[in-house]
Every structure is written in structure tokens, then in C-alpha cells.
Design a protein around this ligand. Structure first.
Ligand code: RUQ
Ligand code: CUA
Length: 660
């Protein structure tokens, strides 16, 4: 019997086992022929069918894990079910998003405005690294944070309703990369700058780079009860003008510390037209850059003691103070490192050098010993003490080409992406040896294993977030999707299961959490909840009887309700030039009974989930007749869920604002 025949029979056998298990063997034996012919017809081999059996999730059956992936340039977060890889939602974060009405109602407009520099409304973000909130070093399923690399912002997302509730930014830095990472009890959300600029963004010539340009690590203080970052309690630590890269929090053995990579300790700033090296080569001269080792507990004490000085809108611990107080240390790290990842026991810090073929494993015990004994190999040009490299490490793993990021499975293995090799390597934490490699398609950046940055990873699946997808999907023109590849890591060999193309931006990092740890609301209860404050909205009306219209000093207020399949009121008459405030409450208390509200040519578009109150303000500057309607197919009479806004021209006498 040929090998393929055996394979097919094995698969048929699997199918039979499945049938027997769920149907008591009623039709045992029958599926084999159809499975075999199906396989033949679709050109599938046994590995394909096994992969399908491991990922296929029948209708109505939920997934085991939530994956929260950054949406890259879309400024959103993708919610994906694992192992089915079904996309469940795009959470609007840094970019207006019509379906969720995000950036259209007063509240979410305010969130976006709060997260924009004064006078400049930002309408996109480069979302990079999501971080789930933690309690005692494990995911608690309450909040998600994500940074916008382009504009140095951090957002808070509530996992009660999967909505963005806050965006913070500081005038201190211009751009970030070492974000978001949280401390083990989510005391702080960490954000560090990548490109050095003068802090507070005053003007300084590039010639004065060494004197005037700096990096900063911001510790955003998180108030869990309020679900908000508290800017007043937040602080930053000034660091040299190197390119600070990713950040990882210590835990258990290394609790209280944070580790941040850097590259470009050469301080290259380009200038190719003047004969200077391009940044890429200027920044790759040295054999070593510096891992930043920061004692954040000590930094918080120092900030609280008044030794931090305000720069623009944030308190900053000056670099010299950070050195004097034992807050900031450096350790050499090979060749332009990128990923830094703390092992689940908190004992080791794993660093990938992009231009090195190794992963370097630092021992926190050794680092701490050297710091306590003040054993330094020297100081950098800004006076930051440097620990000796060899004495700080446990060893190095011979990894391959272009190691970038590492995750852990909680079973003694690390998994590192190899960008240049297009592979994921599995290696043993005990003897620092690679034991398996799997090709991915292609040029993988980050990877994700559930709980990898917690004390208890849940190593069943791994998702490789690939940058290139050359020959994986049907052609869609020159701009290709990214590729998220699901890999089974339970067996002796890793097995590739599924490809998910992402066609809206470059997802950098993703975090996965067991589904039962997240407990979102089914709808807003009781009726009249504001989706941002999660409290009763002051303008909510909870019955149609309360619906009304009032002319006040600040304009016309329309208190409005929606329920299948009508609005009350359904006729609104105002005068040209009136400021109109619509306060719309969805009276429904049924899952999925969402209504929309769109006013033609006024750019108004709300999403009213059951029980939600939404407010929108606009100036009725164009006279005429403007139908409004529900944008969600909510019932058989959805098309009839509509009304009229009449804007009476200036000087008209017909109406003085009326509800009909
Ligand atoms: S970083 S891979 Cu933000 Cu590695 Cu993208
Ligand atoms: Cu409400 Cu359609």
C-alpha cells in the first residue's frame, strides 16, 4: 500500500473516530469514502486534514482563546478567536471608525481630541504592542493597552465592552516604541521613546544632538478602579539619546524592574548628502548597544519625593538623578537588539540581536549581584554605569539569522522568531539549545503564545505574525496582506495549522488570553449607560414618555429614544444656525439589538448598542430636509426606522424648534 493511501486511510479513520464519538457509531464506516473523495477533489493531504480538524470550529461553537492583535496603520485592535482564527471585531482606537460610531459622537470625539496635540486632530495611529492588564503577574481580563508608535500615545480599552475609554499622550516625547508593557499589578503602563528629540519638543539643531536630544521612559500610572491612566501621578525617566526599543517588565525574582533594549548608541542622525552614513549603517557600527535596566519602584519613590522636574505636561526624573539614585543601569547587548522578553519565572531576560545570530540570556540574579556590589565595567558618555557583559549573562543560544522576538510556553521552552530565515525556533531554556525550527511565510516579526509575558503561560498555540505573504493568497495587487499563521506547539514537532491574511495594516504584536478569563457585558444595563464612563449618562431618557426637545442657551437639545423600529421623536425641526445636541438612548435590553443613527450629509453616524446612550452635537448650518435612519438591519421593519430633520432657513417664521 502506498504512503498516501495509508495517509488517507488514517484521515478517514480520524473522521470515523469523530463520527463514532458524536453519533454513537450510527454511520461508522460511511464517511471514509466521502472524506477520501473530498480530499482528492480539493487536493488535500493528511497533514492538511489534521490541521483542519485542529482548527475547524463548527458554527455556534466559541473559541478557546481571544487574540488581541494590533491593527498596525489602521490604528485599531483586532479581536480574533483562536484556534478558528475567525475575526470577531476591530476595536476602534486611534482612528475614527464608522460602524462603532467611533469618532462621530461627542464622547469618542473627545477621546480622540484628548489624545491629539493641541490644534491638530490626529486621525490615524501606528498601533504596535497590545498589553493585557495583570493582577499578581497573570492576566485578569479587565483592560487592554496599546501604543501608537507614530504619535507617542497609549490607549486604554475596557474589556467590559471592548471599547476605547482613554487615549493619553505627553508633549514630552514625539514617538514611542517600548510600549505597551505593564507592571505585574498594572500599577504602571510603560512607554519609552524611540527617536530621541529635545524633551518637550523645543527646537534644537541636529549638531547639538548629544547635548540637547534625549529619550524618555514614561510610567503611566493606572487607576484600576476608575479604569483610567492618571497623568498627574505619572512620571518619566530621562535617558540618553539612543533609540530605546522594546520594554519588558520584571516579575517574581525581578519584580520592580523593567528592561528596555536600545540600538543606535552610535547616535547616528543621517546626513547622507553631507557624506555622513545613512542612519541604518551609522547605527550599526558598534558591536554592543545597551540594555536599560530600570528600577521602577525606586523611580516611583524618587518621583513622589519631589525630585522629578516638570517638562511640559509630565514630571521627569533627570538622568543624573536617575544615576545618583540607582534607578538606571546599562548592560551591553550584542548588535542592534530588538526584542527583550522576561522568562515566566522572572529569573532571566532574553534579548535578540537583529544583526547577531544569538539570543543572549541575562541572569537577573547576576545583574542584581553586580548592582549591589557596584561592579561596573565603566560608564557611558552620559555617566550611566555599565555592568560587565560576561558576568551578567547565563549564556547564549545559537539561534539563526535575524532573531527578533521571544515567547514562552510555560513548559520549559522559548520560541524565537527569525526574520531573515523566515522561521520560528523552539529552544530549551534549561540547556539553551534549539531543538526544532518551523518555516513561516514569510519574514516573521512578533509571535504570540497565550500568557507568555505572565507567570503562567498557556503554551498550546503560537501565532506567527508574518510581514510578507508573497505566494500565500490570491493576488490583490501590489499591496499584499500580512499573514498570521497559527502553529500547534503541543507536539514534538511544531505544526503549521492555518493562515489568516490581515488586510488593513501591519499587526506587530498580539496577546492571547483564555476565553473564560474575559467577561464582557452582553449589553448596557440598565438602559441609559454612557459607553465611556460606564455610568448613567446625564442626558439619558429611559422611556419614550421622557423623549422631548428643549431650546436652551447652548442650543437645541433633543432627548431621543430608539427601539425596534422607531425613534421618538421622529421629526425634528430647527432653525438654520442652531447648535443641535442629540441625546439618543437605545431602550433595548436584548442581546445584539443594536440600532444606528445616521443623518444624511451631516456626517453623523452613531452606533447604539442595547441600553447605550450616545450624544452628538452639530451645527445645523445647511437649511433643507435631511432624512435620518437606522443603519443596522435590526428588524423586519428596519427600513422604516427613520425620521426627518428639518432645518428652516434663516429668517423663516414657520417654526421655533419643535418636536413633532
Ligand atoms: S516591533 S515586529 Cu513594534 Cu518587532 Cu514590530
Ligand atoms: Cu433600528 Cu434598523
Amino acid at each position: 500500500m502506498s504512503r498516501t493511501k495509508i495517509g488517507i486511510l488514517t484521515v478517514a479513520g480520524l473522521a470515523i473516530v469523530a463520527m463514532v464519538a458524536c453519533r454513537g457509531g450510527r454511520q461508522a464506516g460511511r464517511p471514509s469514502a466521502s472524506v477520501e473523495s473530498l480530499m482528492k477533489a480539493r487536493g488535500l493531504n493528511e497533514a492538511d486534514v489534521v490541521a483542519a480538524l485542529k482548527t475547524y470550529t463548527p458554527t455556534g461553537k466559541p473559541d478557546e482563546y481571544y487574540m488581541f492583535a494590533s491593527g498596525g496603520h489602521s490604528g485599531q485592535v483586532l479581536v480574533i478567536g483562536v484556534p478558528s482564527m475567525r475575526i470577531l471585531k476591530y476595536i476602534a482606537v486611534f482612528t475614527p471608525e464608522p460602524w462603532q460610531g467611533y469618532g462621530f459622537d461627542d464622547e469618542t470625539k473627545r477621546i480622540l481630541a484628548d489624545g491629539s496635540p493641541k490644534g491638530k486632530a490626529l486621525t490615524w495611529g501606528d498601533s504596535h504592542h497590545p498589553a493585557l492588564s495583570q493582577t499578581n503577574g497573570d492576566y485578569d481580563g479587565q483592560f487592554l493597552f496599546i501604543n501608537d508608535k507614530a504619535n507617542a500615545r497609549v490607549a486604554v480599552i475596557s474589556l467590559k465592552d471592548f471599547n476605547t475609554s482613554q487615549i493619553v499622550r505627553s508633549d514630552l516625547i514625539q514617538q514611542d516604541h517600548g510600549a505597551s508593557a505593564v507592571t505585574p499589578n498594572t500599577e504602571y503602563v510603560i512607554e519609552s521613546s524611540q527617536f530621541a528629540t529635545p524633551l518637550g519638543n523645543t527646537y534644537a539643531k541636529l549638531d547639538n544632538y548629544e547635548q540637547q536630544y534625549r529619550g524618555a521612559v514614561i510610567f503611566w500610572s493606572f487607576d484600576r478602579d476608575k479604569g483610567r491612566i492618571n497623568k498627574e501621578k505619572s512620571f518619566a525617566v530621562e535617558v540618553p539619546p539612543y533609540s530605546q526599543d522594546l520594554a519588558s517588565s520584571g516579575k517574581l525574582a525581578s519584580d520592580g524592574w523593567v528592561f528596555i533594549n536600545s540600538f543606535n548608541t552610535e547616535e547616528a542622525t543621517g546626513g547622507t548628502r553631507e557624506g555622513k552614513p545613512a542612519i541604518e549603517s551609522g547605527a550599526s557600527q558598534s558591536d554592543m548597544d545597551y540594555m536599560h535596566v530600570i528600577n521602577w519602584r525606586k523611580a516611583a519613590e524618587v518621583a513622589a519625593s519631589g525630585k522629578a522636574k516638570p517638562i511640559k505636561d509630565l514630571r521627569v526624573i533627570p538622568m543624573q538623578t536617575a544615576i545618583d539614585e540607582g534607578i538606571l543601569y546599562f548592560i551591553p547587548e550584542p548588535k542592534s537588539p530588538h526584542g527583550v522578553d522576561v522568562t515566566p519565572d522572572g529569573k532571566e531576560i532574553c534579548v535578540s540581536g537583529k544583526l547577531d545570530t544569538h539570543e543572549t540570556i541575562y541572569s537577573f540574579e547576576k545583574i542584581k549581584g553586580l548592582i549591589d556590589a557596584k561592579t561596573f565595567a565603566g560608564k557611558d558618555r552620559y555617566g550611566v554605569p555599565i555592568l560587565p557583559f560576561q558576568q551578567s549573562i547565563r549564556g547564549q543560544v545559537e539561534m539563526g539569522l535575524g532573531p527578533l522576538h521571544t515567547q514562552f510556553d510555560g513548559k520549559g521552552y522559548g520560541y524565537t522568531t527569525l526574520f531573515i530565515e523566515s522561521k520560528v525556533a523552539r529552544w530549551s531554556l534549561s540547556d539553551l539549545k534549539v531543538i526544532d525550527k518551523i518555516p513561516v511565510h514569510y519574514n516573521v516579526g512578533h509571535l504570540s503564545i497565550p500568557g507568555s509575558d505572565t507567570e503562567h503561560p498557556d503554551g498550546k498555540y503560537l501565532v506567527a505574525l508574518d510581514k510578507w505573504s508573497i505566494d500565500r493568497f490570491m493576488p490583490v495587487g501590489p499591496l499584499l496582506p500580512q499573514n498570521l499563521q497559527l502553529i500547534d506547539i503541543t507536539g514534538e514537532k511544531m505544526q503549521l495549522l492555518y493562515d489568516l491574511p490581515i488586510g488593513l495594516g501591519e499587526p506587530h504584536y498580539a496577546q492571547m488570553i483564555r476565553a473564560d478569563l474575559v467577561k464582557p457585558w452582553a449589553f448596557y444595563k440598565p438602559v441609559g449607560i454612557n459607553p465611556v464612563t460606564h455610568d448613567k449618562d446625564p442626558f439619558a431618557v429611559t422611556s419614550e414618555k421622557e423623549a422631548r426637545m428643549e431650546r436652551r442657551g447652548d442650543g437645541v437639545h433633543v432627548y431621543m429614544t430608539a427601539i425596534r423600529s422607531h425613534y421618538v421623536p421622529d421629526q425634528i425641526v430647527v432653525k438654520q444656525g442652531d447648535t443641535v445636541h442629540i441625546h439618543l438612548t437605545n431602550l433595548e435590553q436584548t442581546k445584539d439589538a443594536t440600532h444606528g443613527f445616521a443623518i444624511d450629509s451631516y456626517n453623523i453616524n452613531l452606533s447604539l448598542e442595547p441600553g447605550k446612550t450616545n450624544n452628538v452635537t452639530f451645527v445645523a448650518d445647511r437649511p433643507g430636509v435631511f432624512p435620518f435612519y437606522c443603519t443596522e438591519f435590526c428588524s423586519a421593519l428596519h427600513l422604516e426606522m427613520a425620521g426627518y430633520l428639518l432645518v428652516e432657513p434663516k429668517g423663516g417664521t414657520e417654526s421655533s424648534a419643535a418636536v413633532r
